[in-house]
Write a protein that binds this ligand. Sequence first.
Ligand code: UDP
Length: 333
Amino acid sequence: MKTVLVTGGAGYIGSHTACKLIENGHQVVILDNLSTGFKSVVPKDAVFIEGDVGDSDTVTQLIETHGIEDIVHFAAHLLVPESVAQPNRYYKNNVVASQNLINAALAANIKHFIFSSTCAVYGMVKTFPVDENVSMQPISPYGRTKCVTEWSLQDTNTAIQSGYIESDFKYVALRYFNVAGARPDGKLGQVTENTTHLIKVCAEAVLGVRDQVTIFGTDYATADGTCIRDYIHVDDLAQAHLDALDYLQKGGSSDVFNCGYGHGYSVREIIDVMKKVSGVDFKVIEGQRRDGDPPAIAADNSKIKTKLQWSPAHNDIELICRTALDWETKIRN
Ligand code: UDP
């Protein structure tokens, strides 16, 4: 089996994917600067290197030392509200660092590159669910940073196809919808301080870590007035990365895929599910809209199911909420 470099492997989705790669026989090297990640979630069988993905010397050296052939690139800042307040931090970490990594990958003849993208590249979508052909019109700095890196990968691929760049480099960009939940075996979950993500926020409210949940906007043009999102279980998302690598290794061409289940839940519905699975009637208040939030989005996932044979195993909102809560309970005790 080949050695895979996982950037951001000490983060939420990165650690779940690294774990799954190892369980499927891959060797894994993790590069993470621990700015938001945690050493405690790094799988014990992975080689861990503390450093920045934007540091070309570190990346070039570790590719050579560990015989890296494939890269899965997670390391990024990923909070919409934070990106609105600190755009330049997001451009530096998500755009500049990713570009350095892509350049180092090209120079080192890396063949396969999986990029963590996001449904935030779509912005205010008019179609529900949205497919990959809809043009990217992000409405938040976070979405724009991911869009720029997707364009860079797309332009690199075009230059390779046209013979301007001589390289075997191919990429898959996975556009994540709303990732949540934890491994059902309790081994891994999300460790994030000051979370802003709805399902984790609700789990913290169940446990009394926070006094209440605020609904950000109740006047959207949706059935109950609150935003609709397509929540995908983290383990199904991790599997999508293995499927994407397999696809490229078998000769698949560069492409972009949505990762979601194809249906959405409103903020109020998520709150109700969390109350149901926990049996706790935590306090909920109605607040103002949050900047950068589109009203409703869900993934048309027919492309990933057809081309990557992705077959999700945890498409169950109660399971997603329950595993998130079980994990939260575990790390708070
Ligand atoms: N949300 C909310 N209260 C919270 C956290 C989130 O009403 O405390 C809403 C948020 O405005 C959005 C949805 O829940 O409509 C999902 O937000 P989250 O931050 O989980 O993910 P995002 O869609 O921003 O990636």
